[in-house]
Write a protein that binds this ligand. Structure first.
Ligand code: ADE
Length: 254
């Protein structure tokens, strides 16, 4: 997986991507991450990348010239991993599904927006798409780029060191994760649910499924709706787990 990142804060992106999962994925050759400084293509002494908006208003806008310059220079020398995606709050919502989509391509590039915006000609004539990590406004696209890089890299085969775990967890099947526990079995009087220590794998699997369904129905009913509601078998499982009240609250007869 090759990812090129264009940013005016290369050291921020490099710093984060040197540690933990991403650092290991890079060292093991699962991730070929290349961080590029947008200021590289500037030719003035102050290495200017932003200017005041036409039409007036507060803040500064990332200029088309240095952005085109930096990206075209990479395109000409190393080739550019496409699609090239601009991080911006107005972009396509980034979800686990989009992460899986990106994990399936050979590479892609990320352009971190900055300041009050990016000259629209960058969006219109340079990038292939736009991504947003949520309905809030960050100071720039760097933190968003890190979110995308990490969510995608953990889906690249081998990058986690355990191919199963990426598929088993939250969102892989449209549900929130079931609760997890580790030693000790009792901590300050709070005991781990008995079923998890029973050694009965079928029972453990049923309990986990029920907890994931109940938690999702309670906290994120929109996710249950998105997967077409609960099946008859799922309603039965939740009823057996004692979640009759929760089921009724969401319009299910048990
Ligand atoms: N840049 C600023 N806010 C952002 C967001 N929510 N997602 C992606 N990029 C951003």
């Amino acid at each position: 997986m090759r990812i090129d990142v264009f940013t005016i804060f290369p050291e921020v992106v490099e710093g984060y991507c040197a540690a933990s999962l991403l650092g290991r994925a890079r060292r093991d050759g699962h991730l070929d991450l290349r961080v590029r400084d947008l200021r590289e293509a500037t030719d003035d002494a102050r290495r200017t990348v932003d200017d005041a908006p036409f039409g007036g208003g507060a803040g500064m806008v990332l200029m088309a010239e240095p952005v085109f310059g930096a990206i075209e220079a990479v395109e000409a020398s190393d080739g550019l991993a496409r699609p090239l995606l601009l991080l911006t709050p107005g972009g396509r919502p980034f979800t686990q599904e989009v992460a899986a989509e990106l994990a399936g391509v050979e590479g892609f590039s990320l352009l971190c927006g900055r300041y009050e915006g990016v000259d629209q000609r960058v969006a219109d004539h340079l990038v292939d798409g736009e991504l947003s990590i949520g309905d809030y406004v960050l100071g720039g696209g760097e933190a968003a780029a890190l979110v995308v890089i990490e969510a995608v890299t953990r889906l690249v085969p081998g990058a986690l060191g355990n191919d199963q775990s990426a598929n088993e967890e939250s969102f892989a099947d449209g549900l929130l994760e079931y609760p997890q526990y580790t030693r000790p079995a009792e901590f300050r009087g709070w005991a781990v649910p008995e079923v998890l220590r029973s050694g009965d794998h079928a029972k453990v699997a049923r309990w986990r499924r029920a907890r994931a369904l109940a938690r999702t129905l309670e906290r994120r009913p929109d996710l249950i709706v998105a997967r077409g509601g609960l099946s008859t078998e799922e309603v039965r499982l939740l009823a057996e787990a004692g979640e009759v009240h929760l089921l009724a609250e969401h319009g299910y007869d048990s």
